[in-house]
Ligand binder design. Structure first.
Ligand code: MET
Ligand code: ZN
Length: 805
């Protein structure tokens, strides 16, 4: 382990010269992707080689200009009101790239931006994000409990943290300091750069492959601070009066570093940063929850402002607020996570309570709880949305308006915003009274749920019945559900949606596709077949479109990772299933084959995690409504003769609360809703579930409690590392650890698959193991799919032969 060295930037004890205060209203960040996904198009066209780096830079500069103008136009004014938070790909990669902090396999990319510059340059930046040949991309993982994925830094004892002042780091034109210069040159009086903070950066990192056992990224804090010091000095030199340093990691206690050490790191980092002479004033934000005991630690340092998430987090204790002294407080009362109008009355009350608890005259800024990167741009564009529903919503631009309204109300009193308060109250009342929001039959059905509805007979009773019915071999083979989505399928769906292809024509085309997929699986020799999910645009939206209580948008895109965007559905009302959703496709597929055909559903927790969920009903209750709708679908599938049904829950882990204390209650209702969906299935019906990650040890108990007969998980990249832990836990039912990494176009050989199957058999016993890919195949092509599945089936046969012979 390295001994931390003392940070190298000259530090002094004087705070920066007095400068401008924070404005009365701001936002912590704005969507970067563009109202029409302009950034996605520009970046992807550059990747394809269709446009040059200069064209990409020009497109990015255009987006930044449009954002600044939009935010000013909406009324954000005063110094430091407009954030400069652009990133081509990801805000964490932004830091990695600026500091050249790449793992050894990418070391050659350092200096790619020009002579003497440690940063990566544009090309290197994307290489780290996307990989190149045998050089694997940095791993992605969910940012806090959101649906946004960041690129996980890989840190070891020798990771370089370097920052050359005078450059914008990624590239002379795009780094944080360059964004400041650009904004100033464009007439923006006081741009506020936004960067991920050093403590969060390290907590969100993982040890690089070559790190010594026991090495922890947080142990490199002092070295990292040195580089941040240079970065802050550069921002100052560029003319930034304020910098926003995001430290969301402080709201979670699940990082595997003891909390005392996290707090010590916070103190060390911000006492040190505060002591830098030439730096902008520092706003440290703690979004996605409460800062809790980190707040007094920040309060005791010389930083100038703290940002509180008062939507996901609670108001801090009075004594912690009093102890902030004269620091500015940025109060996040408008949610950056959901798309509902803010309850202005409630938010104003929170703001007033906060003001009362702060020292007299302490500056208070009204803000969003997080960056608005999690919400779409502008609800006004949703012309096809039911106007009633639209009136309840606020996307990013509307949220800017809410922040401004609240700031005015706080400064001038309630009367000054009486009209807005009245309008909000009236919309709120209309929403509550809307017939779809509260449906008596749905509420009654949820109240009538009994514990017995969530329980199937014991597995020991179910297993022989399923074995007898299905007659599967040892090590049965299957897939996770989707087959490649070909251009023809997408074109048919688009034509159907656009009205050029009628329902009959569309149905015929989908059935032809299903038949092709079934025949292919038979020919390859898989044991449990699927229909291939050709008709599904998306595993959540498909159900959202067929269930009551959901709305979908036309332009509601949000960045998921890099250039990838999703368009979450809006779950606004009580959920009901007007008609079967999957039965026709599944039973058609089953009619084509004698082999068992697996019906495919998406589970309640995943539907919620990948939608914008109503804020007027506890999530547990929403989950049960979904559970009941899916339960009816399960019953209809069974009635249609489907004997194997998979209910996917890949998101059960990503919405796990950030604080340990909140996790048991979440797991209770999330698992409960899955069991409600599946609890009515006959003993002879085999219930599968699927989770997309291998490190499911944190939720292994919960997964066990799902009580599925078969669980498939991702395991190929980790080479089945998880299995000993699974075996030790005593996971009692069948498991399908993936043997093919479907995230890459690489075809696994029979030997490779067989070795992984062998490991699984060693760990779990042959009777418990299924052989399947890591996840669905919709993003793969047919060539690699066919070969890989053949190899997978051969591997199962080989291991089976070895066991039987
Ligand atoms: C993200 S998990 C995907 C599961 C789905 N059944 C599929 O195969 O695509
Ligand atoms: Zn998956």
């Amino acid at each position: 382990m390295t001994t931390p060295t003392t940070p190298t930037t000259p530090a002094a004890t004087t705070a920066p010269a007095p400068s401008t205060p924070l404005p009365a209203a701001t936002i912590l960040g704005y969507p970067r992707i563009g109202p029409d996904r302009e950034l996605k198009r520009a970046v992807e066209s550059y990747w394809k080689g269709a446009t040059s780096a200069d064209e990409l830079r020009a497109a990015a500069a255009g987006l930044r200009r449009a954002t600044r103008e939009r935010l000013r136009g909406l009324g954000l004014s005063g110094p430091a009101a407009v954030p400069a938070d652009f990133a081509y790909y990801d805000q964490v990669l932004q830091v990695t790239s600026a500091l050249g902090a790449v793992p050894a396999r990418f070391a050659h990319l350092r200096g790619g931006a020009g002579q003497g510059h440690p940063g990566l340059g544009l090309e290197g930046h994307f290489t780290v994000a996307r990989g190149q040949g045998d050089l694997a991309a940095q791993e992605m993982t969910k940012w806090m409990d959101s649906n946004y994925h960041y690129l996980v830094p890989e840190i070891d004892e020798s990771t370089v943290f370097d920052y050359a002042p005078g450059f914008g780091a990624i590239d002379p034109t795009d780094g944080p300091a360059a964004q400041v210069l650009e904004a100033l040159a464009a007439g923006e009086p006081d741009p506020r750069p936004v960067i991920v903070g050093p403590v969060t950066y390290l907590l969100a990192s993982k040890p690089a492959d070559g790190a010594a056992p026991g090495f922890r990224p947080i142990d490199r804090l002092d070295d990292l601070l040195g580089a941040y010091g240079h970065l802050l000095a550069d921002l100052w030199a560029a003319g930034a009066q304020w910098v926003q340093i995001d430290e969301p990691a402080l709201v979670a206690d699940t990082w595997g570093v003891p909390r005392e050490e996290v707090l010590a790191a916070v103190h060390r980092a911000y006492a040190w940063i505060a002591a830098i002479v030439e730096r902008p004033r520092v706003l440290v934000t703690g979004a996605y929850g409460s800062l809790g005991d980190a707040l007094p630690v920040l309060g005791a340092t010389g930083i100038e402002a703290v940002g509180l998430d008062l939507v996901a987090g609670a108001l801090p204790r009075d004594e912690d607020l009093a102890a902030l002294g004269g620091k500015s407080v940025v109060a996040g009362v408008v949610s950056g996570r959901n798309i509902w109008r803010t309850d202005l009355e409630a938010a104003l009350t929170t703001l007033e309570r906060l003001r009362d608890a702060l020292p007299q005259g302490a500056p208070l800024t009204v803000a969003t709880s997080t960056s608005l990167q999690h919400v779409p741009h502008d609800v006004e564009r949703e012309a096809r949305l039911d106007p009633a529903i639209r009136s309840w919503l606020a996307f990013a631009d509307q949220k800017v308006g809410e922040v401004l309204t609240l700031a005015r109300g706080l400064a001038e009193g309630r009367d000054a915003i009486a009209d807005e308060l009245a309008r909000d109250a009236s919309l709120r009342a209309q929403r509550a009274a809307h017939p779809g929001v509260r449906r008596a039959e749905v509420r009654d059905a949820v109240s009538a749920i009994t514990p017995a509805d969530r329980a199937r007979p014991p597995y020991a009773e179910r297993k022989p019945l399923q074995d007898a019915r299905l007659g599967l071999p040892l090590l049965p083979t299957t897939t996770i559900g989707s087959f490649p989505q070909t251009p023809e399928i997408r074109a048919a769906r688009a034509a159907h949606r656009g009205g050029e292809l009628d329902a009959a024509g569309y149905g015929a085309q989908m059935r032809a596709e299903i038949e092709r997929v079934v025949r292919l699986q038979e020919e390859i020799g898989l044991d449990v077949l699927v229909h291939g999910e050709a008709e599904r645009n998306d595993m959540v939206q498909y159900f959202a479109e067929l269930l009551d209580g959901f709305a979908t948008t036309e332009h509601g895109w949000v960045q998921s990772y890099g250039s990838r965007c999703t368009r979450p559905s809006i779950l606004w009302g009580d959920v009901a299933r007007p008609a079967p959703m999957t039965v026709a496709w599944s039973s058609y597929a089953q009619s084509l084959t004698d082999r068992p055909l697996k019906g495919m559903l998406t589970g309640p927790v995943t539907i919620m995690a990948w939608s914008f969920v109503r804020d007027d009903l506890p999530r547990a209750e929403v989950a049960d409504q979904l559970g009941l709708a899916l339960r009816a679908e399960v019953a209809d599938l069974e009635a249609a003769g489907i004997g194997v049904i998979q209910v996917d829950e890949p998101a059960i882990r990503e919405t796990l609360p950030l604080r340990r204390a909140d996790q048991p209650a979440y797991l209770e209702w999330s698992v409960g809703s899955f069991r409600l969906a599946t609890g009515g299935a006959a003993s002879a019906t085999q219930i599968h579930t699927h989770l997309c990650y291998s490190e499911f040890d944190v939720v292994i108990d919960a997964v066990d409690h799902l009580d599925a007969d078969v669980t498939s998980i991702e395991a190929s990249r980790s080479r089945m590392d998880i299995l000993p832990a699974v075996a030790e836990h005593g996971f009692a039912r069948q498991l399908g650890p993936g043997v093919w990494d479907i995230h890459s176009p690489r075809v696994p050989s029979t030997e490779e698959c067989a070795e992984l199957v062998g490991r699984a058999v060693d760990a779990l016993g042959a009777g418990s193991v299924w052989v399947n890919p890591d996840c669905g195949l919709k993003t793969r092509g047919y060539a690699e799919t066919t070969t890989s599945l053949r190899n997978l089936v051969d591997a199962a046969a080989r291991v089976r032969g070895g066991l039987e012979g």
